[in-house]
Write a new protein. Structure first.
Length: 120
């Protein structure tokens, strides 16, 4: 394996320190269907449908700590309001819950999430 060591990245116009890119980029993200299968992802090896509106996703590479920032939402094509919450997170998994606006769990929508933290 080769190592590339640079202090800045440039596109010819703007230059940014590599620390901003490494530390400020999502360490995992997924776009998954209603049965938890990842459609597109980064650092997500699999999804598990635990029951109505309850999903667990496993990271390919673990995070350093289980306390990290995550953002989740539901892809909705109707006018109904849905929410997606992070119910639990560990260094190797994240569990999401999807709900209609009346707080009834639902499994009929696509899930999306992104995780920001340090990889182990």
């Amino acid at each position: 394996m080769s190592t590339l060591s640079v202090s800045n990245i440039t596109d010819g116009t703007d230059t940014v320190e590599t620390g901003y890119v490494v530390n400020g980029s999502a360490k995992a993200w997924v776009h998954a269907n209603a049965s938890a299968a990842p459609l597109n992802s980064l650092n997500v090896s699999s999804g598990l449908d635990n029951g109505v509106g309850d999903y667990t996703y496993t990271y390919t590479a673990a995070l350093t700590l289980s306390y990290y920032s995550s953002q989740a939402n539901v892809h909705v094509s109707s006018s109904a309001a849905y929410t997606c919450n992070t119910n639990a997170q560990t260094t190797t998994t994240i569990t999401l819950g999807t709900y209609r606006s009346d707080q009834i769990a639902r499994s009929d929508r696509e899930n999306l999430f992104a995780v920001f933290g340090d990889l182990a």
